[in-house]
Design a protein around this ligand. Structure first.
Ligand code: URA
Length: 212
């Protein structure tokens, strides 16, 4: 597994505003959207392409187009939905599958409560959207789910990550023989006793959509 912490002043700037507890929901949604687009640029460096030839008004030129099958973008409900538009801005022809996972706040374990994904993901590159890589349980379960369906290349985009989550992901995905990359805007300090990232930004779902 590879972790890529995107190091860019614009990413750092937007993330700082996102962390601020006085940032309201509409601004938080806009910033998350912009941040994901910047992270998506980093995350799609390995997107599969085919060579094509294009005719310009002057001559023929060698070019590139996204390969088939198209990449699959998988937001993890609920908070991952706040990352979808920012991702699709860069990959408008990608397909979208949904995975609903919930974390039990006592055990901190993840379980699947909804899924809308192709049965066969053989040969598919998948981009998983999950804003907070905290304990790593949800993301590990989501990645396993996609691999079990045949996905052969997975990139997770997370706004924030904690070292504990990365370690767990590393352990749980040990032995997987497909490339897995996590692209994140920052690696924070730690998790607190409630499983929140410190300093973090609080509950991403609540800040995007309000407390349910
Ligand atoms: N999920 C969140 O929304 N925030 C955290 O800090 C950890 C998990």
């Amino acid at each position: 597994m590879r972790i890529h912490v995107a190091d860019h002043p614009l990413i750092a700037h937007k993330l700082t505003a996102l962390r601020d507890e006085t940032t309201d929901s509409p601004t938080f949604r806009r910033l998350a959207d912009e941040l994901v687009t910047l992270l998506a640029y980093e995350a799609t460096r390995d997107v599969r392409v085919d060579e094509v030839t294009v005719t310009t008004p002057v001559a023929e030129a060698k070019g590139t187009k996204l390969a088939s099958p198209k990449p699959l973008v998988v937001p993890i409900l609920r908070a991952g939905l706040g990352m979808l538009d920012g991702m699709m801005r860069l990959l408008p022809t990608a397909e979208v599958g949904f995975l609903g996972m919930v974390r039990n706040e006592d055990t901190l374990e993840a379980s699947t409560y909804a899924e809308r994904l192709p049965d066969d993901l053989s040969g598919r590159q998948c981009y998983v959207l999950d804003p907070m890589l905290a304990t790593g349980g949800t993301l590990a379960a989501a990645i396993r789910f996609l691999v079990d369906r045949g996905a052969d290349h997975i990139t997770a985009i997370c706004l924030l990550s904690a070292p504990e989550g990365c370690d767990r992901l590393e352990k749980e995905l040990d032995g997987l023989d497909i490339p897995v990359t996590v692209v994140t805007a920052a690696m924070d300090e730690k998790l607190n006793e409630k499983g929140y990232i410190v300093p973090g930004l609080g509950d991403a779902g609540d800040r995007l959509y309000g407390v349910v």
